[in-house]
Write a protein that binds this ligand. Structure first.
Ligand code: ZN
Length: 144
């Protein structure tokens, strides 16, 4: 059953991430520092290298692929919710290489920032906690 809750915009932050920082860890740390429990994230920029996940629905495990070359972040879209009571950023990215070819997937630790302009918008409303979801094997939002 589709379930959605109404949320309201809270604080909005715009800025750049640290050069040589880990893209996902920088976003998680920012949300934790600013008490952002729920929200949305978007970013553009460039990475020195990337590590992206693909969730194999048959094995119910993530497979990771590494792209060891500089690439553009043509899109990063994500959300923030609570996992183990801590702010948790879930983001997907599309990256392009020198030839303009696109790669994409679930943003994993190991993606290193060259330059990145990010927007983080807090969303206020009911708590969204991640919990194990039996049909998918993923930590999805528990909707009561
Ligand atoms: Zn994902």
């Amino acid at each position: 059953m589709t379930r959605m809750e109404q949320v309201q915009p809270g604080k909005t932050f715009l800025g750049r991430l640290a050069h040589d920082g880990d893209l996902l860890e920088e976003l998680n740390a920012f949300c934790a520092e600013h008490g952002i429990r729920h929200g949305r994230v978007e970013a553009i920029g460039a990475v020195k290298k990337a590590r992206l996940g693909y969730y194999n629905q048959a094995t119910r495990e993530y497979e990771f692929h590494e792209c060891n070359e500089p690439m553009e972040i043509t899109n990063l879209t994500g959300n923030v919710s609570l996992k183990d009571s801590q702010p948790f950023v879930h983001a997907h990215v599309t990256l392009t290489d020198k030839a303009g070819r696109a790669f994409g997937g679930h943003l994993a630790p190991g993606t290193i920032v060259f330059a990145c302009e990010a927007l983080v918008q807090e969303l206020e409303g009911p708590d969204f906690h991640r919990a194990f979801d039996e049909p998918t094997g993923l930590p999805l939002w528990e909707m009561k």
